[in-house]
Design a protein around this ligand. Sequence first.
Ligand SMILES: [Mn+2]
Length: 347
Amino acid sequence: MKMTFRWYGADDAVTLENIRQIPGVTGIVSALYNVPVGEVWDTQKISDLRAEIESAGLTFEVVESIPVHEDIKLGRPARDGLIEKYCQSVQNMGDLGIPVLCYNFMPVFDWTRTDLAYRLPDRSTTLTYNHDDLSRIDLSRGTGELPGWATAYTPDALNALLAAYEEVAEEELWENLGYFLERVVPVAAESNVLMAIHPDDPPWSIFGLPRIITHEASLQRLLDLVDHPANGLTFCTGSLGPEPSNNLPDMVRRFAVRGRIHFAHNRNIRMTAERCFQEAPHPSQFGSVDMFEVLKAYQEAGFRGPMRPDHGRMIWGETGRPGYGLYDRALGATYLNGLWEALQRSG
Ligand SMILES: [Mn+2]
């Protein structure tokens, strides 16, 4: 296992030096954040990012993520050209030796929360999700009421997109994902890149939009779409955890043993009601995810890939990008490394 940390590039208040000082963190998860969705990731720009990471004494382990254009998810005619460009980006990152690509196939919105700074009894703040609150948001007035998405779409663009998805039910979205993977996975395999889909967060339909990467059977279906080792998973405990049928340690065992988990996202969540949760500190005792059992499953499977602490709370007065401060994620990395060492030495 390689412990990694997400870094948002030069604009991130958390620096590469900060990250290097977290004991046991050796790898970086990053992306080119200024390339418009659908455009090719230029080799020189990826190379410059890699050089910056390496000059700080770290390695560029995972691209998270190259966004998939909505026209691909919708199966529109423009998808062929867009998939070609996607393949070119995959090839470019592979040429530079970056081994894993995390991506997702969620329509319109990827991660969704109803409060980005919910205050906990210890005065730290965290991200929370309440399905009733979400359902009350009226998107016909735009995304202004949806935390984190205020400026993502104009009301007209959003309405056009939502209308287009009325024609795309779950089965059509599966077909469009298959069409995408049948074309991208062979290029990834050739380029020594492992594709790692991120599950839908939260793992159910929101605003009537189809969401398909949500539970054990759907992860298996994803792997069967193109049965090749380069077609794999980002296993995110925080995203899969809120779905009660998901037994996370069993799922890790099942998919990691077969070599199909290429990236581990470890985050704890505390379920407060059905379809309601708070993001919690990483240790097992604070949430609904048994992190000990999850890591034990990884270790038994001989997992050697990148792992990262996922979101953290804001603690010790830190301010910044919701979920992506330094301190609580650093505590998460240290906890995960500690569990790993204990499991390794007692195993
Ligand atoms: Mn995640």
